[in-house]
Structures are given as structure tokens and as C-alpha cells.
Design a protein around this ligand. Sequence first.
Ligand code: NAP
Length: 315
Amino acid sequence: MERYDIAIIGTGPAGLSAAIYAARGGLKTIVFEKGLIGGQIIVTADVENYPGFNENLSGFEIMEKMRLQALKFDAVIKEEQVTGIGFEGLCKIIETDENQYRVKSIILATGAHPRKLNVPGEDRFIGRGVSYCATCDGALYRNKIVAVNGGGDSAVEEALFLTRFAEKVYIIHRRDALRAVHAIQQRAFNNPKIKIIWDTVIHEVNGTDQVKSLTLFNKKTETISALQVDGLFVYIGIIPNNHLFESRIELDTQGFIVTNEYMETNIPGVYAAGDIRQKLLRQVVTATSDGAIAAFAAEKWIEENEESFAGHYES
Ligand code: NAP
């Protein structure tokens, strides 16, 4: 069984920041990723608000820099799917689809994934008009009409991004006020290509081979209408990726991990960082901050328990 001081699960901004801090701090560090390295941010076209990157790098470019930085400090990045975590005992066990690892501490940076609408037609038209990634699919809608569902930062930012291609972008929001930050809202209000449809939910996605229209329900007037669109981008929030540990780590009512300010979970030696945490603000800057704190706290915890590891870690 391979042995490391610390295992980090997830390679988004939180996971890679933790890897940089842990490896640079002298811990033998392994990072696991089951999908694409970089986390959810890699599908963001322009990251405008990560301090120091004024030239609007893409999420992919920022994450590639973080990946190289982690490797520079000798963190090991394995593209293996973690299938089980043994939290019991002082030393922890990580099982992947390929191997088993013994580690002293773990940082959970598993992030979150997009929430689905769960309306008729949504699944049927995924890849044929329904998308959860404007950066990936936006260019397919040049001179077409698209709708974005949601009122948060993601929905409004991605609607703005889609105006580069589409002739018209509808934002369909269930309330009469957006949740997105003020500056982004203003840009949407000022963009002539964007029209916001307030107080409205989507009841059905319709089409034959491709999406042709949406059935909408206005909650205030209680009326049903049809909206002709070529594509629908769903940005209605995120769901925490907690299935590996949901019954064993303390979570909030929405399934996000509860930590203290040192990123400690309820299990000694196990930390959480990034979008998987219960927190006020989910941004690259807060994720990288979480990762740094978690790695530093883990390093101190390992140091404090070093004598106790004797005999456990090696066996
Ligand atoms: P979010 O902030 O949770 O917003 C989700 C939006 O979808 C809300 O407007 C919500 O409506 C709506 N919604 C939720 N469930 C719905 C349903 N079943 N049907 C219709 N609408 C529904 O999610 P997000 O925009 O994906 O952002 C996630 C996190 O990432 C946030 O913390 C956000 O600040 C952050 N983020 C930051 C940036 C940035 O700073 N550049 C960019 C993207 C994301 P209500 O408003 O009525 O609840």
C-alpha cells in the first residue's frame, strides 16, 4: 500500500491550493481527481474577479497554472476515482478504482455539480439543446435564440457570455429579483440582447430532434405560455458532491460539510475546503483560501500527532 502524509480529494481551486500549500510545507502529498483536472471553474470563459489576474484568464488557464504549481512542489496528482474512504483510526485509508493508500490526513475538496431542473424533456434533450455549460456549447448557438434558467451569478454571467454568439438570450427566473451580484445584474440589464422573464418557471422542454420551445408558467399571473428557443442553459444552483462520506461527516441541511475556521470537520485529521463546505461565498478566491488553511491546519495536526502515528502509519 502506498503511503502519503496527506490525501486531497478533488483538483478544483480548493484542492490544488491545498496541494500547493501541503507539498510546499514538506508533506508527502497526493491529490485525486476522477474527472477533469481543475473542477467546475474550468468551464468558465473569463474569470474577472480572481485578484491579480486582471487580463481575464479563462478558468482553464488559471487551473493549469495551479496544476503546474502543485507539481512544481512535488505533489502527486492521480487521475483515479476514489471509491471509499476509511476515516476510522488515526491513519486513514483511501481506496480508488486502481489502488489503496494509507494517509495521515485528508482534505475533502470534492466540490459540487449543477442542479437539474427535473422537468419533462430535460433529460431527453441533453446534448440536443439542453446544456449545463455555456462555455462548452455556447458557440453552437451563433445567431440563435437561447434561454438561461436561474437568477444567480452563474445564470447571469453565462447569459452575458452567450450574447457573444446568440441573437437573443432570455433569462428565465422564478422570482422578480436576481440573486446575482449587482455589477453583473447591471451588465445584463444594459445588454440589448438579454431579456429577463420574471416570476416564471419552466414546466417542459419541447422539440423533436432538437429543442424547439419551452412551456413556461408565470407564477404571478398563473398563466402558461410557450417560448420558442433553440437551446436551454440550466444554471439553477449546485449540489454538493458528498456521496463518499455523507453518512459519516457532519453536513448541513443542504448536504454541505460543516467546518470551523480551520476547515476542520467533525473527524480529527479530516478537513474540507471549497464548494463542498458550508459557506457564504463560493468563489475561486475563497476556495483557494480554504485550501491553504486546510493544508496548514492539517500540517500542524500531523506534527502534533507525529508520535502517535508511529506503528500505525507503517503497518
Ligand atoms: P445560486 O447562487 O444558488 O443561484 C441559483 C439560482 O437558481 C437562484 O437564482 C435560484 O432562485 C434559482 N433556482 C434554484 N432552484 C431552482 C429551481 N428548481 N427552478 C428554478 N430556479 C431555481 O447558484 P449559482 O449561480 O450556480 O452559483 C453557485 C455559487 O457559485 C454561488 O455561491 C455563486 O455566488 C458562486 N458563483 C460565483 C461567480 C462569480 O463570482 N464570478 C460565478 C458563478 C458562481 P432564487 O434566487 O429564487 O433562490
